[in-house]
Design a protein around this ligand. Structure first.
Ligand code: 13P
Ligand code: SF4
Length: 304
Protein backbone atom coordinates (compact mmCIF):
# COMPACT_ATOMS: atom_id res chain seq x y z
CA UNK A 1 0.00 0.00 0.00
CA UNK A 2 2.74 2.49 1.00
CA UNK A 3 4.69 1.45 -2.07
CA UNK A 4 1.63 2.12 -4.28
CA UNK A 5 1.27 5.64 -2.88
CA UNK A 6 4.99 6.26 -3.31
CA UNK A 7 4.83 5.13 -6.95
CA UNK A 8 1.88 7.43 -7.59
CA UNK A 9 3.80 10.34 -6.01
CA UNK A 10 6.87 9.67 -8.15
CA UNK A 11 4.73 9.49 -11.30
CA UNK A 12 2.78 12.68 -10.52
CA UNK A 13 5.86 14.69 -9.58
CA UNK A 14 7.57 13.77 -12.87
CA UNK A 15 4.42 14.54 -14.90
CA UNK A 16 3.80 17.87 -13.17
CA UNK A 17 7.44 19.04 -12.93
CA UNK A 18 7.41 19.25 -9.13
CA UNK A 19 10.36 19.18 -6.74
CA UNK A 20 9.72 17.60 -3.33
CA UNK A 21 11.95 18.85 -0.54
CA UNK A 22 11.85 17.11 2.84
CA UNK A 23 13.32 18.31 6.11
CA UNK A 24 15.31 15.57 7.88
CA UNK A 25 12.52 15.23 10.47
CA UNK A 26 10.10 13.85 7.87
CA UNK A 27 9.23 10.15 7.95
CA UNK A 28 11.29 7.57 6.09
CA UNK A 29 8.59 7.02 3.45
CA UNK A 30 8.43 10.75 2.65
CA UNK A 31 12.22 11.06 2.44
CA UNK A 32 12.25 8.13 0.01
CA UNK A 33 10.11 10.04 -2.54
CA UNK A 34 11.75 13.43 -2.08
CA UNK A 35 14.27 15.00 -4.46
CA UNK A 36 16.31 16.17 -1.53
CA UNK A 37 16.33 15.68 2.25
CA UNK A 38 18.42 17.85 4.54
CA UNK A 39 18.69 20.42 7.29
CA UNK A 40 17.18 23.88 7.01
CA UNK A 41 20.33 25.47 5.54
CA UNK A 42 20.75 22.84 2.82
CA UNK A 43 17.05 23.04 1.94
CA UNK A 44 17.24 26.81 1.42
CA UNK A 45 20.28 26.47 -0.83
CA UNK A 46 18.77 23.57 -2.78
CA UNK A 47 15.42 25.31 -3.27
CA UNK A 48 17.10 28.23 -5.00
CA UNK A 49 18.69 26.05 -7.67
CA UNK A 50 15.84 23.54 -8.19
CA UNK A 51 14.88 23.61 -11.90
CA UNK A 52 11.20 22.71 -11.31
CA UNK A 53 8.49 25.36 -11.32
CA UNK A 54 6.74 24.01 -8.22
CA UNK A 55 8.23 23.00 -4.88
CA UNK A 56 6.40 21.00 -2.22
CA UNK A 57 8.11 21.71 1.11
CA UNK A 58 7.56 18.84 3.53
CA UNK A 59 8.39 20.50 6.83
CA UNK A 60 7.07 23.55 8.66
CA UNK A 61 5.85 26.96 7.54
CA UNK A 62 9.03 29.03 7.99
CA UNK A 63 10.85 26.59 5.68
CA UNK A 64 8.26 27.00 2.92
CA UNK A 65 8.28 30.80 3.40
CA UNK A 66 12.07 30.85 3.12
CA UNK A 67 11.85 29.03 -0.22
CA UNK A 68 9.20 31.45 -1.49
CA UNK A 69 11.44 34.38 -0.49
CA UNK A 70 14.36 32.93 -2.41
CA UNK A 71 12.38 31.75 -5.44
CA UNK A 72 9.33 34.01 -5.80
CA UNK A 73 8.67 32.84 -9.35
CA UNK A 74 8.02 29.28 -8.10
CA UNK A 75 4.79 27.90 -6.68
CA UNK A 76 5.70 26.81 -3.16
CA UNK A 77 3.34 24.44 -1.38
CA UNK A 78 3.61 23.76 2.36
CA UNK A 79 2.83 20.05 2.82
CA UNK A 80 0.37 20.58 5.69
CA UNK A 81 -1.33 23.96 6.35
CA UNK A 82 -1.15 23.55 10.15
CA UNK A 83 2.55 22.72 10.31
CA UNK A 84 4.13 25.70 12.05
CA UNK A 85 7.14 26.06 14.33
CA UNK A 86 6.07 27.42 17.75
CA UNK A 87 9.49 29.07 18.17
CA UNK A 88 8.94 31.12 14.99
CA UNK A 89 5.94 32.82 16.61
CA UNK A 90 7.56 33.60 19.98
CA UNK A 91 8.56 37.21 19.21
CA UNK A 92 6.93 39.91 17.14
CA UNK A 93 8.36 42.66 14.99
CA UNK A 94 7.49 45.43 17.50
CA UNK A 95 9.55 43.70 20.25
CA UNK A 96 12.59 43.49 17.98
CA UNK A 97 12.19 47.10 16.90
CA UNK A 98 12.16 48.12 20.55
CA UNK A 99 15.31 46.07 21.25
CA UNK A 100 16.98 47.65 18.23
CA UNK A 101 16.31 51.08 19.72
CA UNK A 102 17.80 49.97 23.05
CA UNK A 103 20.87 48.42 21.39
CA UNK A 104 21.43 50.41 18.18
CA UNK A 105 24.99 49.14 17.71
CA UNK A 106 23.96 45.45 17.77
CA UNK A 107 23.38 43.40 14.61
CA UNK A 108 20.13 41.41 14.82
CA UNK A 109 20.99 37.79 14.03
CA UNK A 110 17.79 35.78 13.63
CA UNK A 111 17.51 32.01 13.69
CA UNK A 112 15.81 31.02 10.43
CA UNK A 113 13.00 29.56 12.60
CA UNK A 114 11.24 32.94 12.52
CA UNK A 115 8.32 34.52 10.67
CA UNK A 116 8.82 36.61 7.52
CA UNK A 117 7.97 39.69 9.63
CA UNK A 118 10.88 39.00 12.00
CA UNK A 119 13.25 38.29 9.12
CA UNK A 120 12.34 41.67 7.66
CA UNK A 121 13.91 43.45 10.66
CA UNK A 122 16.91 41.13 11.04
CA UNK A 123 20.37 41.90 9.67
CA UNK A 124 21.14 38.29 8.90
CA UNK A 125 19.54 34.87 9.40
CA UNK A 126 21.34 31.75 10.56
CA UNK A 127 20.52 28.05 10.78
CA UNK A 128 21.79 25.59 13.34
CA UNK A 129 24.53 24.38 10.98
CA UNK A 130 25.66 27.83 9.90
CA UNK A 131 25.19 30.02 13.01
CA UNK A 132 28.76 29.78 14.35
CA UNK A 133 30.32 30.41 10.93
CA UNK A 134 28.04 33.37 10.19
CA UNK A 135 28.45 35.03 13.61
CA UNK A 136 32.23 34.81 13.17
CA UNK A 137 32.07 36.13 9.60
CA UNK A 138 29.79 39.15 9.89
CA UNK A 139 31.63 42.45 10.38
CA UNK A 140 29.64 43.51 13.47
CA UNK A 141 31.21 42.81 16.88
CA UNK A 142 27.90 43.10 18.79
CA UNK A 143 25.17 40.53 18.18
CA UNK A 144 21.56 40.45 19.35
CA UNK A 145 20.64 36.80 18.82
CA UNK A 146 16.91 35.93 18.47
CA UNK A 147 14.82 33.91 19.38
CA UNK A 148 16.53 30.69 20.60
CA UNK A 149 18.46 31.21 23.85
CA UNK A 150 19.93 27.70 23.72
CA UNK A 151 21.32 28.01 20.19
CA UNK A 152 22.40 31.57 21.09
CA UNK A 153 24.28 30.31 24.17
CA UNK A 154 25.99 27.61 22.12
CA UNK A 155 27.07 30.12 19.46
CA UNK A 156 28.20 32.64 22.10
CA UNK A 157 30.47 29.99 23.66
CA UNK A 158 31.95 29.13 20.26
CA UNK A 159 32.52 32.77 19.30
CA UNK A 160 34.04 34.38 22.42
CA UNK A 161 35.53 37.26 20.42
CA UNK A 162 32.05 38.81 19.93
CA UNK A 163 29.54 40.36 22.35
CA UNK A 164 26.17 38.64 22.51
CA UNK A 165 22.79 39.65 23.87
CA UNK A 166 20.27 36.80 23.99
CA UNK A 167 16.50 36.71 24.37
CA UNK A 168 14.55 33.95 26.10
CA UNK A 169 12.87 31.88 23.39
CA UNK A 170 13.43 28.34 22.22
CA UNK A 171 12.16 25.07 20.82
CA UNK A 172 9.60 23.49 23.15
CA UNK A 173 10.62 19.97 22.05
CA UNK A 174 14.38 20.32 22.56
CA UNK A 175 14.25 22.67 25.55
CA UNK A 176 12.26 20.27 27.70
CA UNK A 177 15.13 17.76 27.69
CA UNK A 178 17.07 18.14 30.93
CA UNK A 179 20.48 17.11 32.23
CA UNK A 180 18.93 14.14 34.09
CA UNK A 181 17.51 12.79 30.79
CA UNK A 182 21.00 12.92 29.25
CA UNK A 183 22.59 11.32 32.32
CA UNK A 184 19.95 8.57 32.37
CA UNK A 185 20.50 7.78 28.67
CA UNK A 186 24.30 7.72 29.11
CA UNK A 187 23.98 5.38 32.08
CA UNK A 188 21.68 3.06 30.12
CA UNK A 189 24.08 3.03 27.13
CA UNK A 190 27.58 3.60 28.52
CA UNK A 191 29.31 2.77 25.21
CA UNK A 192 27.20 5.18 23.16
CA UNK A 193 28.27 8.64 21.95
CA UNK A 194 25.82 11.43 22.74
CA UNK A 195 24.97 13.59 19.68
CA UNK A 196 22.76 16.62 20.32
CA UNK A 197 21.15 19.51 18.48
CA UNK A 198 22.21 22.99 19.71
CA UNK A 199 18.54 23.77 20.48
CA UNK A 200 19.06 21.63 23.61
CA UNK A 201 19.80 23.31 26.94
CA UNK A 202 23.47 24.21 27.65
CA UNK A 203 23.73 21.61 30.46
CA UNK A 204 22.71 18.90 27.94
CA UNK A 205 25.05 20.28 25.26
CA UNK A 206 27.89 20.18 27.81
CA UNK A 207 27.52 16.40 28.15
CA UNK A 208 27.55 15.79 24.38
CA UNK A 209 30.29 14.19 22.28
CA UNK A 210 29.04 16.06 19.20
CA UNK A 211 26.78 19.11 18.74
CA UNK A 212 25.26 19.87 15.35
CA UNK A 213 22.29 20.30 13.06
CA UNK A 214 20.09 17.41 11.99
CA UNK A 215 22.34 16.83 8.95
CA UNK A 216 25.45 17.28 11.09
CA UNK A 217 24.29 14.61 13.54
CA UNK A 218 23.40 12.26 10.69
CA UNK A 219 26.75 12.69 8.90
CA UNK A 220 28.69 12.34 12.14
CA UNK A 221 26.97 9.06 13.04
CA UNK A 222 27.36 7.60 9.55
CA UNK A 223 31.10 8.44 9.36
CA UNK A 224 31.97 7.57 12.96
CA UNK A 225 33.78 4.36 13.88
CA UNK A 226 31.69 4.13 17.06
CA UNK A 227 28.90 1.55 17.11
CA UNK A 228 26.30 3.11 19.41
CA UNK A 229 24.77 6.58 19.58
CA UNK A 230 22.25 8.45 21.73
CA UNK A 231 20.42 10.92 19.49
CA UNK A 232 19.53 14.26 21.07
CA UNK A 233 17.17 15.62 18.47
CA UNK A 234 13.73 14.78 17.09
CA UNK A 235 13.28 11.02 17.22
CA UNK A 236 12.73 10.63 13.46
CA UNK A 237 16.53 10.92 13.13
CA UNK A 238 16.88 7.74 15.22
CA UNK A 239 14.80 5.85 12.65
CA UNK A 240 16.62 7.32 9.62
CA UNK A 241 19.99 6.43 11.08
CA UNK A 242 18.92 2.90 11.97
CA UNK A 243 17.88 2.43 8.31
CA UNK A 244 21.13 3.96 6.96
CA UNK A 245 23.41 2.07 9.37
CA UNK A 246 21.82 -1.30 10.23
CA UNK A 247 25.05 -2.48 11.93
CA UNK A 248 25.07 0.41 14.42
CA UNK A 249 22.64 1.03 17.30
CA UNK A 250 20.77 4.30 17.86
CA UNK A 251 18.85 5.27 20.98
CA UNK A 252 16.59 8.31 21.55
CA UNK A 253 17.86 10.68 24.24
CA UNK A 254 14.25 10.87 25.41
CA UNK A 255 11.01 9.35 24.19
CA UNK A 256 9.55 12.87 24.53
CA UNK A 257 11.83 14.44 21.94
CA UNK A 258 9.05 14.78 19.37
CA UNK A 259 7.97 17.71 17.20
CA UNK A 260 4.20 17.50 16.77
CA UNK A 261 4.33 19.95 13.85
CA UNK A 262 6.90 17.98 11.91
CA UNK A 263 4.84 14.84 12.51
CA UNK A 264 1.73 16.36 10.87
CA UNK A 265 2.74 15.67 7.26
CA UNK A 266 1.94 12.16 6.07
CA UNK A 267 2.68 10.42 2.79
CA UNK A 268 -0.95 10.90 1.72
CA UNK A 269 -0.64 14.65 2.39
CA UNK A 270 2.22 14.73 -0.13
CA UNK A 271 0.05 12.88 -2.64
CA UNK A 272 -2.83 15.29 -2.06
CA UNK A 273 -0.50 18.25 -2.69
CA UNK A 274 0.44 16.71 -6.03
CA UNK A 275 -3.22 16.11 -6.86
CA UNK A 276 -3.86 19.80 -6.25
CA UNK A 277 -6.20 19.33 -3.30
CA UNK A 278 -3.93 19.51 -0.26
CA UNK A 279 -1.25 21.59 1.43
CA UNK A 280 -1.20 25.37 1.23
CA UNK A 281 0.32 27.56 -1.42
CA UNK A 282 2.58 30.17 0.20
CA UNK A 283 1.73 33.74 -0.76
CA UNK A 284 3.92 36.57 0.53
CA UNK A 285 3.37 40.28 0.22
CA UNK A 286 6.06 41.47 -2.22
CA UNK A 287 7.20 44.40 -0.04
CA UNK A 288 7.61 42.08 2.94
CA UNK A 289 9.39 39.48 0.80
CA UNK A 290 11.90 42.03 -0.48
CA UNK A 291 12.64 43.21 3.07
CA UNK A 292 12.90 39.69 4.50
CA UNK A 293 14.92 38.04 1.73
CA UNK A 294 17.92 40.30 2.40
CA UNK A 295 18.66 38.48 5.69
CA UNK A 296 18.29 35.10 3.93
CA UNK A 297 20.58 36.14 1.07
CA UNK A 298 23.20 37.23 3.61
CA UNK A 299 22.79 33.88 5.40
CA UNK A 300 23.60 32.00 2.19
CA UNK A 301 26.48 34.36 1.34
CA UNK A 302 28.16 34.15 4.78
CA UNK A 303 27.22 30.53 5.50
CA UNK A 304 27.77 28.95 2.10
P1 13P B 1 18.12 22.09 11.38
O1 13P B 1 18.80 23.41 11.21
O2 13P B 1 19.01 21.07 11.98
O3 13P B 1 17.44 21.68 10.16
O4 13P B 1 17.00 22.29 12.50
C1 13P B 1 15.78 22.88 12.24
C2 13P B 1 14.87 22.63 13.33
O5 13P B 1 13.75 23.08 13.32
C3 13P B 1 15.37 21.83 14.43
O6 13P B 1 14.44 21.72 15.39
FE1 SF4 C 1 10.31 24.20 15.65
FE2 SF4 C 1 11.39 22.67 17.54
FE3 SF4 C 1 9.75 21.59 15.75
FE4 SF4 C 1 12.19 22.40 15.04
S1 SF4 C 1 11.68 20.75 16.45
S2 SF4 C 1 10.30 22.78 13.94
S3 SF4 C 1 12.43 24.22 16.34
S4 SF4 C 1 9.22 23.14 17.29
Amino acid sequence: MIKDIQEKILRLKAEKDVCILAHSYMSEEICEVSDFTGDSFALAVRAKSAPQGTVIMCGVRFMAETIKMLAPQKRVILSHPDAGCPMAEQMDKAEIEQLKKLYPDYAVVAYVNTTAQLKSVADVCVTSSSAVKICRAIPQKNILFIPDINLGTYVKNQVPEKNFKLVSGGCPAHAKICKEDAERAKKAHPEALLLVHPECRPEVVELADYVGSTSGITDFAIKSDAREFIIGTENSIVQHLQVSCPDKRFYPLSKDLLCANMKLTTLTDVMRCLEGCGGEEIVLDETLRLQAVKSIDRMIRYGG
